[in-house]
Ligand binder design. Sequence first.
Ligand SMILES: [Zn+2]
Length: 205
Amino acid sequence: MAYVPHAKVVTWLDDPTVPQLGGNRSVRRTPVRAIVVHTTWGRLGPLFEGSGDRIGRRYVAENVRTMQKSWDFTVDQDGTIYQQNDPARFYTWHATIANPFSVGIEMAQRMDGTLYDTQLRATVELVSVLARVFDVPRVVPWRRGAPDLRVLPAVRAGRLGELRGVFGHVHFTDERGPGDPGPFPFAVLRATGWVGIEWPANGPS
Ligand SMILES: [Zn+2]
């Protein structure tokens, strides 16, 4: 894993209780060109200052137990990042049609949908590092001055090949709502110099 400047990344190499994924992943055959951010409950909730309780271990354990679903990174409510896959070699099963060309990040969440700013900051740092490592363009889905939190028209039109950048689970499926992952990661990235574009892309928006 590339060095993430402030956030702490824990992998199976550091800690045997963060096991590497087993069979629930596929060999990567196409390069990574997208990063997909999730929330574990997919609920829109408040963003609180500081850190929340460490609840991420439950999701780490779930990640290796579940057979039809997996993801690469879990960001806990205190900003600790758990990594359970090498995204350069394998892709995980987190966003259906986007899986073969993406990396998946889950922000750990309780049922009330709360997120914490330490957690959000760690997520944004991780996204920035992954974008650099995999040469993913620094763009976020944006429409009418705000994060676009719908299934993208490009996805509805089957134009997956043109998608590059950072996305959320909501952009790929009607099964998840705008709370997966909500507006915050996109808003912070946009505020730190990333470009907001509509998909299909008609230039900066
Ligand atoms: Zn999701």
